[in-house]
Ligand binder design. Structure first.
Ligand SMILES: [Mg+2]
Length: 246
């Protein structure tokens, strides 16, 4: 089976070019590393807007700030620390579990079950893992809503990485060490292009799940343009193409 499949009409984009691809066949992939949010479900579900509102109200309540000031601090910590949580932990000694439980207490009704994705995941060879900046409980809820939870061997969440979010290299090192993953035998899929940089640096093949979000695009300043080996707007269709190339 040929592994490579680049969408027609997009061959001129630099991130479409395969870079040092090691897999000739899909059966060569031993480890599948999936991000969760906006990767396993479509970004139009916009769960982040619910989480963002809850982050703001959490900060309002805990730090006794106006909504406007709370939102500004939320964004500043996201920019400065990689996650709002990290800034709250460093500067305000916030208990991460308390914050994560609050922020992820959201309505998942917009996330539809994805039977096709479930069927494809069952057919993919190799072990599948979730590698997320969210928490385990949220990952389990989302996977259950999608109906795909039985396909995954394990979850590596924000607490497993000692609350250092992707794309901190140390978190990727902890992830591969925890599960005995061989990066060269792995493929990682994520909607944030910058999260693919350490994965590629470790030797993984990468797939960018394209969204319209500006902060998720490949960016030369992050070094992510050359670290995106494949891209697709539709995870399920892309995986199916790998299983059944035309
Ligand atoms: Mg994501």
């Amino acid at each position: 089976m040929a592994f490579i499949n680049i969408p027609k009409g997009k061959q001129d984009r630099p991130q479409d070019r395969p870079c040092n691809l090691k897999f000739k066949n899909i059966s060569d992939i031993k480890y599948w590393v999936f991000d969760l949010d906006n990767t396993l479900y479509p970004s139009h579900c916009n769960l982040f807007s619910q989480m963002s509102s809850r982050m703001t109200s959490f900060i309002e309540n805990e730090l006794t700030l106006s909504q406007e000031d709370a939102f500004a601090l939320q964004k500043k910590y996201f920019k400065d620390f990689g996650t709002t949580l990290r800034g709250l932990m460093e500067n305000h000694n916030i208990c991460p579990k308390y914050y994560l439980d609050y922020v992820h207490d959201i309505d998942l009704s917009i996330v539809e079950s994805n039977i096709k994705l479930d069927q494809i995941l069952q057919k993919l060879p190799g072990h599948k893992y979730i590698f997320t900046n969210a928490d385990r409980n949220h990952a389990q809820r989302v996977m259950k809503k999608l109906g795909i939870e039985k396909n995954f061997k394990d979850i590596f969440d924000i607490s497993d990485g000692d609350f250092m979010p992707k794309p901190h290299l140390s978190t990727y090192q902890s992830f591969v060490h925890r599960f005995g993953i061989v990066p060269e035998d792995s493929i990682m899929l994520d909607d944030m292009a910058k999260n693919l940089v350490p994965a590629a640096d470790l030797g993984m093949t990468t797939v960018w799940i394209m969204t319209d979000a500006l902060w998720a695009q490949p960016d030369g300043r992050q070094g992510s343009v050359d670290k995106v080996h494949y891209q697709t707007e539709d995870l399920t269709a892309w995986l199916e193409t790998q299983l059944c190339p035309s």
